[in-house]
Design a protein. Structure first.
Length: 331
C-alpha cells in the first residue's frame, strides 16, 4: 500500500476552518496534505511520503489484519458522525490484534469517497481513527485515497506479541468459555436505529463507538487462554469459528448471561427476546476465549459455557439456537 495517501495525528489535521470545501475542491493531494501526519514516535522510521512506511517491531513477531467498512452496509452518515465512524473502523482492526493476544503498533488507511463529500468529514474520520489507535499506543503511518461513488474505509493494522499468538484452533474439550467486555449493546443500538429512534442513548452510542477491552487480549494470553476471538459478528457466530477450527463443540449456559437494563427495555418495547442481542449482536468487539478448567477464567471475565465433544456446533443449554446466529456477509 502506498504511503502517499497517509493519514494523520490529531495535531496534524489542517484547514479545519473551511467547512464548505469538499473532497473534490481540495483534490487528492490537497486532501492528503490536510490529513498528513506531523509527528511520530521513534519506532516509525519512515512515515507517509515514500512507497512504504518503515516501522520497528521490537518482538519480531508481527500480527497483520485488514477490515473494510462500506457506507450503507457497515455505517450510515445519518446514524453516526464521521468521528465515530473513524473510531468504529479503527476498533474493528485493533480488536483483531487484541484477540490474538497482541498489541497494535501501526495502521494504514485506505479511503475512497465521492468528490462532493465535505473535506471536513474526511478530517473528522481521520481524527476518530487516530484517537482510537492512541488508546493502545498505535499510530497511523500511511495509506491511500481515491475517488468512489460512496465512502469506503479500509484499515490494515500491524501489531506484535511477545509470545505465541492465541489462535482459534486451541480449544480443548473441558475448557471453560468466558467473555469480557460489553455484549449485545451495539446490536441493540443498531436495532433501535433501524426503527428510526435514537434512544436509549447509551445503546446508540455503544453502536456508534464500541469499547473493546484492549488490555484483556494480552492478559488473557498470559493467563493461559487456549483459544480467543473478537466478537464482531455475534457471540454464537464467532464462537462457531473456534468450535470449527478446534474440532470441538461449545455449549453455552443461558443463565450465565445477565441482561443489562437498557437492553431489557429495548427488548420489551420491541417485543424481542433480549437473549438475541446478547447471543447474536455484533460490533461490541467483546473478547471471547477458552481457558483450561483447572485454571479457570481470569478475574474480570465471566464464564458462560464449556467446550464439549463436537464438530463445530455451538448450542445453548444443549440445544441448537433457533434463528440466525449473527451477521454473515452476502446473506
Amino acid at each position: 500500500m502506498t504511503q502517499d495517501g497517509g493519514m494523520t495525528t490529531s495535531a496534524g489535521i489542517h484547514g479545519r476552518n473551511d467547512p464548505d470545501l469538499t473532497v473534490g475542491d481540495v483534490g487528492e493531494f490537497g486532501l492528503i496534505g490536510r490529513v498528513a501526519p506531523q509527528e511520530h514516535s521513534d519506532r516509525v522510521l519512515v512515515g507517509p511520503g515514500d512507497d512504504c512506511a518503515y516501522v520497528t517491531v521490537a518482538s519480531g513477531r508481527m500480527l497483520i489484519s485488514t477490515d473494510v467498512l462500506v457506507e450503507g452496509r457497515h455505517f450510515r452518515r445519518d446514524w453516526a458522525e464521521a468521528y465515530d465512524v473513524g473510531r468504529r473502523a479503527a476498533a474493528a482492526n485493533l480488536a483483531d490484534v487484541m484477540a490474538m493476544g497482541g498489541v497494535a503498533t501501526a495502521l494504514t488507511v485506505g479511503f475512497a469517497a465521492p468528490a462532493d463529500l465535505p473535506a471536513r468529514w474526511a478530517e473528522d474520520l481521520t481524527r476518530g481513527i487516530v484517537d482510537e489507535a492512541a488508546l493502545v499506543g498505535a499510530e497511523v503511518v500511511g495509506g491511500d485515497v481515491t475517488a468512489a461513488d460512496g465512502v469506503v474505509v479500509s484499515i490494515t493494522v500491524v501489531g506484535e506479541t511477545d509470545r505465541e499468538p492465541v489462535l482459534r484452533s486451541g480449544a480443548r474439550v473441558g475448557d471453560v468459555v468466558a467473555i469480557t467486555g460489553r455484549l449485545g449493546w451495539a446490536g441493540a443500538g443498531l436495532h433501535v436505529l433501524g426503527r428510526g429512534f435514537r434512544s436509549p442513548r447509551v445503546l446508540v452510542e455503544a453502536y456508534r463507538r464500541p469499547e473493546p477491552p484492549y488490555e484483556e487480549g494480552p492478559r488473557g494470553a498470559r493467563e493461559g487462554a487456549t483459544a480467543m476471538i473478537d466478537v464482531s459478528d455475534g457471540l454464537l457466530a464467532d464462537l462457531a469459528h473456534i468450535a470449527e477450527e478446534s474440532s470441538v463443540g461449545i455449549d453455552l449456559d443461558a443463565d450465565a448471561f445477565v441482561v443489562p437494563e437498557p437492553i431489557a427495555d429495548v427488548a420489551a418495547a420491541t417485543n424481542a427476546d433480549p437473549r438475541t442481542f446478547l447471543l447474536t449482536g455484533g460490533d461490541d468487539h467483546t473478547l471471547a476465549a477458552t481457558f483450561p478448567a483447572d485454571r479457570g477464567a481470569p478475574e474480570g471475565w465471566s464464564v458462560v459455557g464449556r467446550v464439549v465433544e463436537g464438530e463445530g456446533d455451538v448450542t445453548v443449554d444443549g440445544v441448537a439456537w433457533d434463528g440466525p446466529a449473527g451477521h454473515e456477509h452476502y446473506r
